[in-house]
Write a protein that binds this ligand. Structure first.
Ligand code: FCB
Length: 474
């Protein structure tokens, strides 16, 4: 999507029934880490390990959402959200990752779901957003097959409890991150650093997805989704000019990284096969013995939607001789390059056109599933001034990406909804609390919530099902 001066102002209107909402994740907001019989997760262990998380931050208190969920749902209602995507903390449900359900843990999600329904907000439940019970990690974590089966058992428990009121189920959030940052470069919990472990974890996450999807379906789940962190893979020159043709070597690098990032998960889940690039990476890093006969049929369980978490494009070019990046087994000879674009406080380049390209491509490559943007947003150094947060940078980011989402729909992408990351400022994993992604500002000393300007703008987008952009807005 190129913006010309002819288009300096305009209105976008989204399709009827387009889903508008916001997302969070259990460990990032709940706090109450030792309450209600919750067991420790790998993120409790990891964040308590000196040097792993910036400033030594942990999720022990976070946004105290466990105690304040009623107020938070009231904020969602105030914003007019149609949908709220949250995750369940597996260790609240099964403190050691297997065995009978903990009723206090179930009770919390029960009350949250009721509160949402009461407010007219549709719950989108994610079963795994990275907080694996520590006991399962001690038994091998995602590097062992048993964890996939434990995950399906836990999915069954959740559906048995919430299935009468929840129709939208997501198995995994971003298996690429869980596998390759958790077990590959060790930047995330559990902090292991082995290419072989990371590839095995990726496969067992997929196997867990397939087993859980089958279980959920058998129990009558209406809609099942897999959420991936995807991005268009571009050469540096393509960031600002999509029509630049890459050299043969750069094109090969682009294709390989696309296979490692996106096709590694969506080809098995939606077509029952691994890309060659992934099998060859596994072959060079300990082998493929963990991929057993019949696994891919399980992984290829029918699902309805792919959730896309998009923040920025992935920019690469060929760099002969470079060893593989620790988070990218199979990336030998590829350089991860900076993008010529403004950046957020995370240092992530702001390239809205990447979202339309991505959605159009995914819709073309995987035509049998619908798409939903399940995360999109930006961190900026927000400050509260006289009760307001003038987060113009975030507002512009969201506006640009919503225009890109709309352009993708116009170009034929089957996009069903858009969820902002995040409802609240929260624990941003290895970056701790310093990075603020919320529509709502959280003062961690007092737990006071303040709607940012972007939240007020988003409220009007939701109520109008679109917006007018450009100068001289009415
Ligand atoms: C995604 C995660 C989410 C949040 C955003 C910024 O990778 O799914 O929890 O941390 O990044």
């Amino acid at each position: 999507m190129t913006i010309t001066t002819m288009e300096a102002r305009g209105t976008v209107v989204f399709p009827e029934n387009f889903v508008w909402g916001a997302a969070t994740a259990s460990y990032q907001i709940e706090g109450a880490a030792k309450e209600g019989g919750r067991g420790p997760s790998i993120w409790d262990t990891f964040s308590a390990t000196p040097g792993k998380v910036r400033d030594g931050d942990t999720g022990e208190v976070a946004c105290d959402h466990y105690h304040r969920y009623r107020d938070d749902v009231a904020l969602m209602r105030e914003l007019g959200l149609g949908a709220y995507r949250f995750s369940v903390a597996w260790p609240r449900i099964q403190p050691t990752g297997s065995g009978p359900a903990n009723s206090a843990g179930l009770g919390f999600y029960d009350r949250l779901v009721d509160e949402l329904l009461e407010a007219g907000i549709t719950p989108y439940v994610t079963l795994y957003h990275w907080d694996l019970p520590q006991t399962l990690e001690d038994l091998g974590g995602w590097t062992v097959r048993d964890t996939s089966h434990r995950f399906a058992d836990y999915a069954a428990i959740m559906h048995d409890r919430l299935g009468d009121r929840v129709s939208h189920w997501t198995t995994l959030n971003e298996p690429w991150v869980a596998a390759f940052l958790g077990y590959g470069n060790g930047v995330h919990a559990p902090g292991r650093t082995s290419a072989h472990d990371a590839l095995r974890a990726a496969h067992h996450l997929l196997l867990g997805h397939g087993l859980a999807a089958r279980t959920l379906r058998a129990k009558g789940a209406e809609e099942i989704m897999l959420v991936v962190n995807s991005a268009p893979v571009l050469t540096p020159a393509q960031v600002n000019d999509p029509d630049v043709a890459p050299s043969a070597a750069d094109a090969e690098a682009v294709q390989r990284i696309h296979a490692l990032l996106t096709r590694q998960f969506l080809d098995p889940a939606l077509a029952g096969r691994y890309p060659e690039e992934v099998l060859s990476a596994a072959g060079r890093n300990g082998g493929t013995a963990h991929i057993r006969d019949g696994d891919l049929e399980i992984v290829n369980a029918p699902i309805d939607l792919v959730g896309v978490n998009y923040y920025n494009p992935c920019v690469v070019d060929a760099a002969p001789g470079l060893p593989a990046d620790a988070a990218w087994p199979g990336s030998e000879g590829v350089r991860f390059a900076p993008a010529d674009a403004p950046v957020t406080a995370m240092g992530w380049p702001i390239v809205p056109s990447g979202l339309s390209r991505l959605l159009v491509r995914l819709s073309r490559d995987y035509p049998r599933v619908g798409l939903m943007v399940t995360e999109n947003g930006a961190a900026f150094d927000d400050v509260v001034e006289h009760g307001r947060v003038h987060d113009d940078g975030r507002l512009a980011y969201l506006e640009g990406h919503l225009r890109a989402a709309h352009a993708a729909i116009t170009a034929g992408a089957d996009l069903r909804g858009y969820l902002v990351w995040s409802l609240l400022d929260n624990f941003e994993w290895a970056e701790g609390y310093r990075r603020r992604f919320g529509l709502v500002h959280v003062d961690y000393a007092t737990q006071a919530r303040t709607l940012k300007d972007s939240a007020l703008w988003y409220r009007s987008v939701i109520s109008d099902n679109g917006f007018t952009w450009g100068p001289n807005k009415p």
